[in-house]
Each structure stands twice: as structure tokens, then as C-alpha cells.
Design a protein around this ligand. Structure first.
Ligand SMILES: [Zn+2]
Length: 348
């Protein structure tokens, strides 16, 4: 892999400092992970030898730390524009991270019960996701019998379907959160997609909400989804999109292995044998199975995108967003300073 470095700003040097104050609440957890990353190599991470999407071997590193201040090399493939971490987590550490650190970092002290309550309330995103799928399916929504979510957390996305009398099944690892979903009558297995394969389920809808961008090898899960999805079934994928986030803070967290835009997500799904039916840059999207699997290396992209241009445009966009963020921050600091001097003047 040939890498060059073009940081989107000096803030993204590997200096160990978080980019946002909210992370001070989880300082000890961050320190623990930082220590593992710096001392336990080579058993923790491994470098990608080529781009996981197009097999290209040129990339530009644009950030050397996460928003928590953890050391990573976040890069963009110069050939196709895929944004990904240069080093992926090895399975053993990935399991340790998700069972021990992930929710501590993400929720920073909020209880699982109160989160579940918020996440199933009628104003929550789970209902918006459900509505999106329902509108897409129209009348054929009535034929939906089984809905599966992989990495379902407490099951909040399955809850609206459950209330409408559909059979719902999920899987995840965190027992505390799984139990909250089970208590309201949903079936949630402990484990990954493997436990669903063993049961031989055939789903009309499979949900992958904020999951695919955390995976180290997303094509593997797509292959497995094909075996649990009926031939006419739909796959709903949602994750934060590069072009939706005005602020890079959320995306810059450690757990994001990939940052997608709709185009790169569509290319990945093409490789996995799925066709895009509906989608936006949020990203919310619906895919169906495609029998003709595309080979990106052979340049078969249906004439859709100039990928090399996409790579340049995306890097330019990331720099632009970061410049705007820095301006807003320095604007805020300027205002706070003025206020401080005003207070000082009146108190002197
Ligand atoms: Zn690539």
C-alpha cells in the first residue's frame, strides 16, 4: 500500500488529545484503549494490503487520530474514494472492544433502561426507519411476515414491527440491552449473524442499522444475509453518510472502520450482489438481491461514477468541512473571550 499524508487540519495529528470536551467523561476508558493500541501490537490491528472496495493500493491519510484522541490512520482510497481505517481490528480485540469499551464510549454514563425508553418512543428514529421501509413497500408491506435485525442492540428498530404483529428477530452481544428487548416480547439471540444462519430463518426484511460501517470485512456479512433473506426480500441499511454530516466529530469516533457516501456504499453492495432501489446521503437505503455480481476491478460500474474524481471531491469536501468547523469553533472562542473580558470589566 502506497500512502501519502494530507491531514484535513493540524487538529488531526496523533497527539493523544480528544477533539471534543464530551470525551473527558470517559477519560479512563480512552486511556485504557490507547494503552492497548500502543503496547499490544501486532495482536490488535492489521494493515489493509489493498483497498477493500476496489483493490487499489494508493491512499491519502487525512487523520491520524479519532475524536477520542486514539491513534489511527484514517485514509481515502485515491482510486475509488472509499474512506477507511488503514489498520483494521483483529477479531480478538474487536470482541474485547465491543463487549467492554464500546457502549461506555458511546453513551457516556446514560443507563440502558432510559436509552431504551427514548429509543422506542414514537418520536424516536426507530419509527422513522420503520416508516421509510413501509412507504417503500407500499401495499406489499402487508405480506411481510418476518423482520430480522443484525446488531439490534436493545431491539428498538424491531419494536414498531413487533407492535404491528410482525414476527421480529434480532441478534447482538450485550446481555443487558438484549434483555430489555426480550422483556417486551421480542426474540433476540446472543451472538452475530451466525446464530441466525443456524436457525434457518427466511426474512422479508433485514435491517443493518449503524452496523456495516463498524465491520472489518463487510462483504462477509452480505454473503450471509443472502442466505437469510427471501428472494424478494429487502435489505435496509442506515449509517452516517459523509455528505450528511456537517460536523466530522460523530464520524471520527474509533468504532467507525468505514465512512460511506451513498456511491461507495452502493459499490460495496454491488460487489456483495445487491442492487440499490432507494437511498439518500443521510444514509438511509434499500437494497434487493441481484443475481449478477459485479466485479469492480473489471470496471463494470454501469457507467455510474467516475471514481477517481469521487476520491478527489470527497477529500476536498472533508477539508472544507473541517475548515468550516474550525472557523465556527474559533468564532465561539472569540465570543467567549469577549464575554469574559466584559465580565472582568464590570467586576473590576
Ligand atoms: Zn478503492
Amino acid at each position: 500500500m502506497h500512502q501519502t499524508t494530507e491531514l484535513i487540519s493540524e487538529k488531526y495529528q496523533d497527539d493523544g488529545k480528544p477533539t471534543h470536551r464530551s470525551f473527558t467523561k470517559v477519560k479512563a476508558t480512552i486511556k485504557e484503549i490507547d494503552n492497548i493500541l500502543r503496547t499490544r501490537q501486532p495482536s490488535v490491528r492489521k494493515s489493509h494490503e489493498k483497498c477493500p472496495l476496489c483493490s487499489g493500493n494508493n491512499a491519502v491519510i487525512f487523520a491520524k487520530k479519532t475524536s477520542e484522541g486514539l491513534p489511527v490512520n484514517r485514509q481515502i482510497c485515491s482510486n475509488c474514494g472509499l474512506v477507511y481505517l488503514a489498520e483494521y481490528l483483529l477479531p480478538e480485540f474487536a470482541e474485547e472492544f465491543y463487549s467492554k469499551f464500546y457502549y461506555r464510549l458511546l453513551y457516556r454514563g446514560v443507563s440502558a433502561e432510559s436509552l431504551f425508553e427514548n429509543r422506542i418512543s414514537t418520536k424516536a428514529f426507530s419509527w422513522k426507519r420503520h416508516q421509510y421501509v413501509k412507504e417503500y413497500l407500499g401495499k406489499s408491506y402487508e405480506d411481510v411476515k418476518l423482520v430480522i435485525e443484525i446488531g439490534c442492540n436493545d431491539g428498538c428498530n424491531l419494536y414498531p414491527y413487533h407492535l404491528e404483529g410482525k414476527t421480529v428477530i434480532g441478534c447482538d452481544f450485550d446481555e443487558e440491552r438484549i434483555n430489555l428487548g426480550r422483556q417486551v416480547g421480542m426474540t433476540i439471540h446472543k451472538g452475530d449473524v451466525g446464530v441466525l444462519l443456524e436457525k434457518g430463518y427466511q426474512a422479508d426484511i433485514v435491517i443493518l442499522s449503524h452496523v456495516i460501517d463498524h465491520l472489518t470485512h463487510p462483504l462477509e456479512i452480505l454473503k450471509k444475509i443472502k442466505t437469510i433473506l427471501t428472494s424478494k426480500g429487502i435489505l435496509y441499511i442506515e449509517n452516517p453518510g459523509i455528505y450528511c454530516e456537517g460536523n466530522l466529530l460523530g464520524l471520527s469516533r474509533f468504532e467507525f472502520t468505514y465512512w460511506f457516501e451513498l456511491g461507495t456504499l452502493q459499490d460495496l453492495l454491488d460487489l456483495g450482489g445487491f442492487n440499490l432501489m432507494l437511498g439518500d446521503e443521510t444514509i438511509r437505503s434499500i437494497f434487493v438481491q441481484n443475481k449478477d455480481v459485479t466485479n469492480l476491478e473489471n470496471g463494470n460500474n454501469n457507467g455510474r461514477t467516475n471514481r477517481n474524481k469521487r476520491a478527489k471531491d470527497t477529500l476536498k469536501y472533508l477539508k472544507q468541512i473541517e475548515t468550516e468547523n474550525l472557523k465556527t469553533q474559533s468564532g465561539m472562542i472569540g465570543l467567549l473571550k469577549k464575554f469574559y473580558y466584559y465580565l472582568k470589566t464590570i467586576s473590576d
